[in-house]
Design a protein around this ligand. Sequence first.
Ligand SMILES: *[C@@H]1O[C@H](CO)[C@@H](O)[C@H](O)[C@H]1NC(C)=O
Ligand SMILES: *[C@@H]1O[C@H](CO)[C@@H](O)[C@H](O)[C@H]1NC(C)=O
Ligand SMILES: *[C@@H]1O[C@H](CO)[C@@H](O)[C@H](O)[C@H]1NC(C)=O
Ligand SMILES: *[C@@H]1O[C@H](CO)[C@@H](O)[C@H](O)[C@H]1NC(C)=O
Length: 203
Amino acid sequence: MKCYPQLWLSFIFALWAFHCCFATEIFDFEELKNETRPFQLQVMRLVCLDLPYEETVLTLCRAFLRRNQPTLLRVTLEVPGLYNYVLLQFRLHYKFRTYQPFLIDGEIDICTFVKESKLDPVPSYIYSVMQEVAPDLSAPCPLGNKTFNVTTMFKVEYAPKSVPAGDYRMDIRVASRANVTLINFQVYVAVRRKGVLGSMLDW
Ligand SMILES: *[C@@H]1O[C@H](CO)[C@@H](O)[C@H](O)[C@H]1NC(C)=O
Ligand SMILES: *[C@@H]1O[C@H](CO)[C@@H](O)[C@H](O)[C@H]1NC(C)=O
Ligand SMILES: *[C@@H]1O[C@H](CO)[C@@H](O)[C@H](O)[C@H]1NC(C)=O
Ligand SMILES: *[C@@H]1O[C@H](CO)[C@@H](O)[C@H](O)[C@H]1NC(C)=O
């Protein structure tokens, strides 16, 4: 079996970075948004999976890369049903050689989730990001009986303050109480140290 010392070093560094800086700092999302970051972040790709869905109709799922601006994400999802329970599952991956689950992993029912419950900072953080990125989903439940037409972006301000450089993939699945997938997608994100490259579109 081969040994990959750099891989392990970066893994250990990432764990350290998480415990030192990340876990404690995602508590206050409002404060987090004001900090400048020593890195650049760009959404590279948006991929919707498992189509077609049983109870919803996805008509658009695309990322639009723009020079020197955050990538625009567009999703149009028709949701004819009404839901009093909407499960949001999230799992972050970091690309070592392949994408490996990485630190952020969980699920919340967005209908009953109370952001102020700071017992577990990670779901609160994910919920805060969701409110910024897709405010439509933060409306009181029941959710549905409408077409969600979301045009949005993930700004660097939403990211934790210190993040190891590299390639990330966030998997998000939204499901009903009966575990029917309403939407399932992956967001590919590149994080680079500032100044390493002028524009991420030139990779
Ligand atoms: C963030 O910045 C804004 C505008 O610069 C300021 O009004 C606000 O008080 C700041 N919030 C925090 C939590 O520092
Ligand atoms: C769904 O929305 C339509 C129009 O927005 C409304 O007339 C109708 O009552 C809603 N149906 C339910 C079950 O809420
Ligand atoms: C969704 O929004 C975009 C831009 O806001 C608009 O051009 C488009 O027609 C909308 N699509 C639907 C299905 O409402
Ligand atoms: C829910 O559905 C997903 C995707 O179809 C499946 O992977 C998962 O095992 C299901 N969970 C439960 C608790 O049935």
